[in-house]
Structure formats: C-alpha cells, structure tokens
Ligand binder design. Structure first.
Ligand SMILES: Cc1cc2nc3c(=O)[nH]c(=O)nc-3n(C[C@H](O)[C@H](O)[C@H](O)COP(=O)(O)OP(=O)(O)OC[C@H]3O[C@@H](n4cnc5c(N)ncnc54)[C@H](O)[C@@H]3O)c2cc1C
Length: 227
C-alpha cells in the first residue's frame, strides 16, 4: 500500500491491512513493483532458470565416487545462457550430498542433476507433454550420471524432476528465475519511499546472500535510524 509514492503498509489477500512505517520486500524487484499501482519502475525479469532431477538409490554413492559435486561441460566453450530447446544437455551440475558425510555408508543415497532450462517453452507445454518432457529429462540425467560415475550400479528407488514452472509455482518469481531480476537495487531503495528490497534482487545471491541481505538492509534502513 502506498500514498504519494510512499509505502504505508501491506494489504493481505484476506483484506487485512498491516500499516507500517517501512516495508521490506523479499518477493523480488519486478514482483514487488507489479503490486504497486504508483510504481514507475519496470525491472527486467531474468532468464536463468533450471530444472533438476533427483534420484534416490538403495545405497549411498560413496562406494562409486567420493565426489560431492561434479561440473560437467561437453563443449569447448562453456555456455551459461538460457537453454534453446527446453533444457541444455551440454552442461550440468551433479550433486552427491551424501558424500559430505563419507563415513556414513549405509542407507539410501541421492544424486541430483541440474540443467539450465527455458521457462517459456516449459510454460506452454500441455500436461501430457509436460510429463513426457520431464521423463526425457530424467532419462538424460540418469544416463549422464551413469556416464560420469560408471561404478554406480545401485537400485533406483525413486525419481523426481522439477521444472522452471515448479520454481515459479513455489517461489512466485516471474518466469521461475533462480537468481531473480537482472536489475538489482544495491542499496535496497526503490522509487517508493520507505519500501526496500531485500533478498536476491537487492543483490546478494543465494541462500546465505538472502540472509545477509535482510540483515544488512534492516540495519541500513531500519534499525540504525531508530537509534
Ligand atoms: C531450484 C533452486 C535451487 C537453488 N539452489 C541453491 C543453492 O544450492 N545454494 C544457494 O545458495 N542458493 C540456491 N538457490 C537460490 C536461493 O534459493 C535464492 O537465492 C534464495 O532463496 C533467495 O531468497 P529470497 O528471500 O530473496 O527469495 P525467495 O527464497 O524466493 O523467497 C521469496 C518468498 O516470497 C514468497 N512470496 C512471493 N510472492 C508473495 C506474495 N505476493 N505474498 C506473500 N509471499 C510471497 C514466496 O513464496 C517465497 O517464499 C536455488 C534456487 C532455486 C529456485
């Protein structure tokens, strides 16, 4: 809620109004601006989104490799860009989180494979095609896992794949962007007085970055001013 380009509070879906002298928004810069009728800023939505395949095996993978993470690239020049065809098989990140505890060798093991993806293409798929496409991603990721970790011959118990639209569904970030907008607001300020951005679109990336951002912006714009 704004008045004369000044934040005055937050309107909940229930209709309840929470009045506040300062508002800190962690939903993203474009997403925040889209909620404000007085906003003049139109931040660009990012393009980088991913899909991940998760495989649960009946054994931990430590017997096959002690790697915790593998960075795969099969072209001469690594291409960090939006995928052209749903997902980009030319490169991947393979995570083996169980291997951070190599002394724990019993129990189920997990392998996660991340590919760069294309939100718009995934968004337009019918439900049937979406499920089929996810299946082809899982097959690709499993084949890559077996290629990179040839000794892995554990029984596959469970497979799941999430797509850019899954990210959009749970984070509400436009186009399922993992690192938010291309436009960051380094000091947290927005064209609306007393409305500050925290989290990815303030500029500190990742989980630790998001936490650091909230603390930094609260100190800069809130707590210090109250002293
Ligand atoms: C698939 C994936 C894998 C990742 N892997 C890693 C990793 O390994 N390491 C790492 O450091 N980072 C990783 N990241 C990035 C990391 O998750 C983000 O950088 C971080 O979560 C950003 O925090 P945030 O608080 O800015 O936003 P978010 O964590 O996106 O939080 C925004 C919150 O706002 C809520 N929201 C949105 N709109 C509204 C609304 N209108 N009303 C109420 N609530 C709303 C959303 O539901 C969400 O809970 C990953 C991200 C994704 C998507």
């Amino acid at each position: 809620m704004t008045h004369n380009k000044r934040a005055i509070g937050v309107l909940l879906e229930s209709g309840e109004e929470l009045l506040a002298s300062q508002v800190f928004s962690s939903i993203g810069l474009p997403e925040t601006m889209a909620k404000i009728s007085e906003a003049t800023l139109e931040p660009r939505v990012g393009k980088m989104t991913f899909l991940e395949s998760l495989f649960v095996f009946d054994q931990k993978p430590i017997y096959a490799t002690d790697a915790t993470i593998l960075f795969y690239n099969n072209s001469n020049k690594y291409s960090y860009t939006q995928a052209q065809n749903y997902f980009d098989e030319r490169s991947a990140v393979i995570c083996l989180p169980d291997n951070y505890e190599p002394h724990v060798s019993t129990g189920e093991g997990m392998v996660r494979v991340t590919y760069m993806a294309n939100f718009d293409q995934w968004k337009t798929l019918s439900r049937e095609d979406y499920l089929a496409k996810k299946e082809s991603v899982a097959q690709s990721a499993l084949a890559l896992t077996k290629k990179l970790i040839p000794k892995l011959d554990a029984k596959l118990l469970y497979t799941d794949v999430f797509s850019p639209t899954t990210i959009e569904k749970y984070t509400w970030h436009f186009k399922g962007t993992v690192y938010g907008s291309i436009d960051k607001t380094r000091d947290g300020r927005t064209p609306i007085d007393n409305l500050f951005i925290i989290g990815t679109d303030q500029g500190f990336l990742g989980i630790v970055g998001a936490m650091l951002s909230g603390i930094s912006m609260a100190n800069l714009h809130g707590l210090m001013e109250q002293k």
